[in-house]
Ligand binder design. Structure first.
Ligand code: PHE
Length: 336
């Protein structure tokens, strides 16, 4: 009897305890079998025999009950411990945020020119004819105004096709000298491997008293900027045309995809169309007609403009422009 009580008290699980109950009080339990012996006990001893068994049964039941309470409390404690949530715990897996390569490249270029004391200017995305074309020496008959390129709005307004209208707005609202950049979104009706209808540019404009800045200053600033962005590359200026600059140039860097590290020469590849050069920006000396349009006299200056997507693609070696706008988490995840 004392044995059973000890077994009950040292049982470690509710299943074990239930098994003990069956072994003692079940149909074929040891105590049940004792009760069955009643029949064979002489009458005068029956009462004492029964009393003894009943006290034993009562003690067993009491032990079972109290052990059950203890084990249930223990089980609850284990369950709570297993389900415990530490709300202060840091989960690095949730840290999925990353800067988009276009935003990142825009910030890099912006801060480069801010360090050279350029101010950052803004203008509206929906522009009027004067700021987007006319004041930039793009008269009505100019081919760059062709329906192919420009999104026209109903009331004669356009979605700006470049950041150059910010040059006009800044010159008309400030006095020279001016040293500004204008990063922003621009729109053109174009869609293929190298064109998306929405993309980003950075415009630059420097205006000083007549004779202070020259093409040589522009060339130096562009060379410094491009080697800052692309490392050890050659920079070349090609004569070109923009209505708002004269003379104008397009600027190339030696191809960073087929560069031979030992000679530093680019031998030509698919990316540079086997020329060894990559076109990266347009620039020039501000045309006199632009100054006339904004009412400036006795000043000179230079301007430059570049596509941010192009820079981002070259810096990160991204093959298809459109992948920058597909929001594919596998591409974006690489910039974390
Ligand atoms: N606005 C021109 C373009 O969109 C770029 C440019 C800006 C060229 C300033 C010269 C000077 O192509």
């Amino acid at each position: 009897m004392q044995d059973w009580i000890e077994k009950i008290n040292s049982s470690e699980s509710l299943e074990q305890l239930e098994q003990l109950r069956v072994d003692i009080l079940g149909k074929k339990g040891v105590l049940t079998l004792e009760f069955a012996k009643m029949k064979t006990v002489p009458n005068e001893e029956k009462k004492a025999f029964a009393q003894n068994l009943n006290t034993q049964k009562a003690s067993i039941n009491e032990a079972l009950e109290s052990q059950k309470t203890i084990l249930m409390a223990k089980a609850l404690e284990l369950q709570l411990e297993a389900e415990r949530i530490d709300v202060t715990k840091f989960t690095p897996n949730l840290n999925h945020a990353a800067t988009h390569p276009v935003a990142d490249t825009m910030a890099q270029i912006t801060s480069y020119f801010q360090n050279l004391n350029f101010s950052v200017e803004e203008g509206p995305l929906v522009e009027d004819d004067f700021h987007n074309f006319e004041a930039l020496n793009l008269p009505k008959y100019h081919p760059a105004r062709d329906m192919q390129d420009t999104f026209y709005c109903n009331d004669g307004a356009v979605l700006r096709t470049h950041t150059s209208p910010v040059q006009i707005r800044t010159m008309m609202s400030q006095k020279p000298p001016i040293r500004m950049i204008a990063p922003g979104t621009v729109f053109r009706k174009d869609f293929d491997i190298t064109h998306t209808p929405m993309f980003h540019q950075i415009e630059g404009l420097v205006i000083e008293k007549e004779g202070v800045v020259s093409f040589a200053n522009l060339k130096f600033v562009m060379e410094e900027f491009l080697t800052h962005m692309f490392g050890d590359v050659e920079v070349r200026f090609r004569p070109s045309f923009f209505p708002f600059t004269e003379p104008s140039a397009e600027v190339d860097i030696s191809c960073i995809f087929c560069k031979d590290e030992s000679t530093g020469k680019s031998s030509g590849c698919r990316v540079c169309s086997h020329t060894g050069w990559l076109e990266v920006l347009g620039c020039g000396i501000v045309d006199e007609n632009v100054f006339k349009a904004v009412g400036y006299e006795k000043v000179s200056g230079y301007a430059f403009g570049l596509g941010i997507e192009r820079f981002a693609m070259l810096i990160h070696k991204i093959g298809d422009l459109r992948s920058l706008f597909e929001s594919d988490i596998r591409l974006l995840g690489q910039f974390r």
